[in-house]
Design a protein around this ligand. Structure first.
Ligand SMILES: Cc1cc2nc3c(=O)[nH]c(=O)nc-3n(C[C@H](O)[C@H](O)[C@H](O)COP(=O)(O)OP(=O)(O)OC[C@H]3O[C@@H](n4cnc5c(N)ncnc54)[C@H](O)[C@@H]3O)c2cc1C
Length: 347
């Protein structure tokens, strides 16, 4: 029997946590995370997932496999990660409504078309003048909670706050150097640093783009707690007695501070679809950064160019929940046989 490989994972975000969970049974895994646990709790995300995330409600790349991988992961973590099921995707103009009606005909097992009258009857708080899709296969969960549970269930050591500052690959191993001044050797290393990619010259030259996003939370009338999950020009997610509204999409940004202008815009947009939101009070504003491949908007799971033992898992964009579990599930085999990975996710 071959000894289990040792694998270092850099970054305890969604990609790193899913990778740790997928690998912990076959390998000795250790995770390095630059921030402390308190910071992680404030990572901004909508927590939404569904199979028709494009503007025209067309299926996403590998949608079936992606949803299956997410559902398998959720089944493994059980009720430790509560999931709210069903999502109302409101059309924001007549053209989008036409696309949605087509989607409802093409994918009746996932989505149902609701006319404006049907929305009014079923969800009286929601304004949907052009109609909406009811996506039974969609839902929302706390990505932060999922990350915590996956790391805890894997039982792997998480070194935090420890920033990996550099790495070296030899023919037999990868050495990780940390900001504590120590070095750790592994058979393989998976870099899952999210926006941290820009701090490493080997990653900064890859064709990624960072897009800032802001989410606000509102305390409001108790009736808001009975809202369905709504996705229109913004998303509205009731959770823990608050309503989360997001998110902005800011490709040009100079800092990560939340802005009053975006808070106002998100609130205004939310009232367009659910007028009662007007009576809410903004409690907090959070920001985060999505990492995308601009010309090829698919995630990346790949050895770095010219490397064998040093891998990158990134580029999840706004579809982290859909793609992180799927790509992570490929890892155990892919580390042995990288050529079996779909070309679409390789660098
Ligand atoms: C506003 C907003 C809303 C979103 N809404 C949704 C949504 O509704 N549904 C959905 O599926 N996705 C959503 N996303 C996208 C989702 O959040 C991302 O796809 C996902 O978080 C990416 O995970 P990641 O692990 O690649 O990166 P990250 O979550 O950024 O994690 C990377 C981690 O690596 C650590 N790190 C970086 N460099 C180092 C280093 N050198 N050493 C050690 N640690 C390091 C960082 O501290 C960080 O914890 C949203 C994103 C934003 C910004």
């Amino acid at each position: 029997m071959q000894p289990s490989p040792s694998i270092g994972i850099v970054g305890a975000g969604l990609a790193g946590a899913c990778a740790a969970f997928a690998l912990h049974r076959q390998a000795h895994v250790e995770v390095f995370e630059a921030t402390d646990a308190t910071n992680q709790a404030f990572r901004a995300t909508g927590g939404l997932f569904h199979p028709l995330m494009t503007r025209r409600a067309r299926p996403n790349w590998q949608h079936e496999a992606a949803l299956t991988a997410l559902e398998q992961l959720l089944a493994e973590v059980g009720d430790q990660v509560p999931v709210r099921r069903g999502l109302l995707r409101v059309a924001f103009d007549e053209r989008q409504a036409a696309d949605f009606r087509e989607a409802a005909c093409a994918y009746p097992h996932w989505v149902q078309w609701l006319s404006p009258e049907a929305v009014r009857e079923r969800f009286p708080q929601v304004r949907a003048p052009y109609g909406a899709l009811w996506i039974s296969q969609g839902g929302a969960l706390s990505a932060n909670r999922l990350i915590d549970v996956l790391l805890a269930r894997s039982g792997v050591p998480v070194h935090r706050p420890v920033r990996v500052v550099d790495w070296e690959e030899t023919s037999r191993q990868v050495l990780l150097h940390t900001d504590r001044g120590d070095t750790h050797a592994f058979d393989y290393v998976i870099l899952a640093p999210g926006y941290g990619y820009r701090l490493h010259p080997e990653l900064a030259r890859l064709p990624f783009q960072a897009v800032k996003g802001q989410v606000i939370s509102l305390a409001g009338p108790a009736s808001l707690a009975t809202l369905p999950l709504v996705l229109a020009t913004v998303h509205l997610v009731p959770s823990d007695g608050l309503l989360f509204v997001g998110s902005s999409y800011e490709p040009a940004f100079t800092d990560l501070a939340p802005s009053d202008a975006q808070t106002h815009r998100l609130w205004q947009e939310a009232t367009r679809w659910v007028p009662e939101v007007m009576q809410g009070t903004v409690v907090a504003a959070l920001t985060g950064v999505r990492v995308i491949r601009p010309r090829r908007p698919l995630p990346v799971l790949s050895p770095l160019p010219g490397r064998q033992r040093l891998w990158l898992f990134s580029g999840l964009g706004s579809r982290g929940l859909l793609y992180a579990p799927l790509l992570a599930s490929w890892l155990p085999e892919a580390l042995r046989e990288p050529e079996r990975l779909p070309a679409a996710v390789r660098l």
